[in-house]
Design a protein around this ligand. Structure first.
Ligand SMILES: Cc1cc2nc3c(=O)[nH]c(=O)nc-3n(C[C@H](O)[C@H](O)[C@H](O)COP(=O)(O)OP(=O)(O)OC[C@H]3O[C@@H](n4cnc5c(N)ncnc54)[C@H](O)[C@@H]3O)c2cc1C
Length: 468
């Protein structure tokens, strides 16, 4: 699995061959050899570990602006330079100097990880691949003049624009953004809210923790159930055997790894976790932490919780009415929350020349970091082909893997291969390496220590491929 991420020299040749038509093969072939054989041009890059290589001159010339330096944005910036070569200037616009990984952040809540271990800088992207990193926020897009306006008042012109701004959280259940930040953190974007929620959990004793799950689609389908398990494990071990975790799911069933989480809720964490599917009309009082809702048969219920972590419904960042993404007409899903894309190129179906990847996109694949990394590569490949006057790969394949910790030292996993289905023009789950369309994702047969160990390798490899 780890080898799926890191393009070795041999793999670069294979990727280049698979990715590009004959007119560009010479250039990319040179890229494959360049890391060892050439080091004298202006396009020589070296990182802090003195790893060095030279980007190829593929003959392509273009300015690409990437908005958002998360899982999707960092990956696309890197691969545009690797595959597009030295003539493809890539500017990454990101307001934060450091990215905090959401993946593994539930382990911060259970005290197994320190949040500082989840931080990633943009140093490799700039030093190693020559990506220009601009610390700012995009505030407007002008598709007619092909430029974006930044929070510092400056603007950047582009030939192709890639948006990877992730998600923003909606006011819900009677709560505001200020409530999320100060009293009832969702912590569904790792950072200060993760630390706040961890502190609140550490202050609990034999009390009730309530969490909510919004209707799908939402970021990381197995993530909320993983959170319930880890918090149950932590509370019963460290905060008192009478501790309870109540999961109010607005969906009528578990959304991912059904067998695993059914087992975890009814066996591993039996008596601690109460799973409530089909909850509606959830109301949360941020001052008293009283939670009211209607159960699946419509009966009103009330819980007095010690700590509450709602995961509110979310949408593509900037797609609120009046937001910068909405102003550009890019949030064109039926509910106005997501950006619909052509999954061969991730180009918006609403505005030409603008590509959207990661959680902000509506593309038929789950909103997940591993998937964001894959979408970024399909998008980078498509842009390089389009810049060369060619068409995107007509049959892209992507894979997804996700490990879910169930206790402090055991985990499960979920994996799927996605393949383009020309009939529906969507990415669908495939099996047999993509030969059988219509399959479903596979979950691990057991919850084990081995899975937990492999999870660390998977995570480090994924993050290394995206930011390293
Ligand atoms: C608790 C939790 C656990 C998870 N576990 C897993 C897992 O095990 N496996 C997995 O695959 N996925 C997991 N995920 C999901 C994964 O984190 C997301 O799917 C992934 O981060 C999406 O990547 P993205 O690039 O779209 O968004 P993000 O990673 O959120 O990045 C978006 C970036 O855009 C920037 N940005 C926003 N607005 C602007 C603007 N106007 N201008 C410039 N930049 C902007 C932000 O600052 C941010 O850096 C988990 C998520 C959570 C919350």
């Amino acid at each position: 699995m780890p080898n799926d991420f890191i393009p070795s020299r041999r793999r670069l040749v294979m990727l280049a061959s698979a990715a590009l038509g004959t007119s560009l093969l010479g250039g990319i072939g040179r890229l494959a050899l360049a890391d060892a054989d050439e080091d004298s041009s202006d396009n020589h890059f070296e990182d802090s570990a003195n790893t060095s290589f030279t980007l190829a001159n593929t003959g392509l010339k273009a300015r690409v602006v990437v908005v958002g330096g998360g899982m999707a944005g960092a990956t696309v910036a890197k691969y545009l330079r690797l595959w597009g070569g030295s003539g493809v200037q890539v500017t990454l616009v990101e307001p934060n100097p450091r990215y905090t990984s959401n993946i593994m952040s539930n382990l911060v809540l259970s005290g197994s990880r320190n949040i500082s271990t989840l931080g990633y800088t943009y140093t490799s992207l700039s030093a190693k691949y020559g990506v220009t990193v601009k610390q700012a926020r995009v505030s407007a897009i002008n598709a007619a003049t092909k430029s974006v306006t930044l929070s510092d008042g400056s603007s950047l012109a582009y030939d192709r624009l890639v948006l990877a701004p992730g998600v923003e959280f909606m006011d819900a259940y009677g709560l505001t953004q200020n409530d999320y930040a100060t009293t009832t953190p969702h912590a569904w974007q790792a950072g200060p809210q993760t630390t706040l929620l961890a502190t609140q959990l550490a202050g609990m004793s034999n009390g009730t923790f309530v969490m909510t799950i919004p209707k799908a689609p939402y970021r990381c389908p197995p993530g909320p159930y993983e959170r319930a398990c880890l918090i149950a494990d932590y509370l019963k071990t460290y905060r008192g055997s009478a501790s309870r975790v109540i999961v109010l799911d607005e969906n009528t069933t578990i959304q991912a790894e059904k067998e695993t989480f059914n087992h975890a809720f009814t066996s591993t964490h039996a008596g601690v976790i109460t799973y409530v599917p089909g909850a509606t009309d959830i109301r949360i009082d941020p001052a008293t932490r009283q939670v009211r809702y209607l159960d699946v048969v419509g009966a009103p219920q009330t819980i007095n919780a010690q700590v509450v972590a709602p995961i509110p419904p979310h949408r593509a960042t900037g797609s609120a009415p009046g937001g910068w993404l909405a102003a550009a007409g890019l949030n064109n899903s039926a509910d106005g929350r997501w950006c619909v894309v052509d999954v061969l190129s991730y180009e918006s179906t609403a505005v030409a020349g603008i590509h959207i990847i990661g959680d902000a996109a509506s593309c038929g694949m789950p909103k997940a970091g591993h998937v964001a990394n894959q979408e970024a590569k399909i998008c980078a490949d498509a842009i390089v082909r389009l810049l060369g006057g060619q068409q995107p790969d007509p049959m892209p394949v992507a894979n997804s893997a996700c490990y879910s910790p169930i206790t402090g030292n055991t985990a499960s996993w979920l994996t799927a291969v996605y393949q383009y289905d020309s009939a529906s023009r969507k990415m669908v789950v495939a099996a047999n390496g993509g030969n059988t369309v219509g399959a479903s994702a596979i979950e691990s047969a057991t919850i084990s220590n081995d899975n937990f160990r492999q999870m660390t390798t998977w995570f480090n490899t994924l993050m290394g491929d995206s930011f390293g």
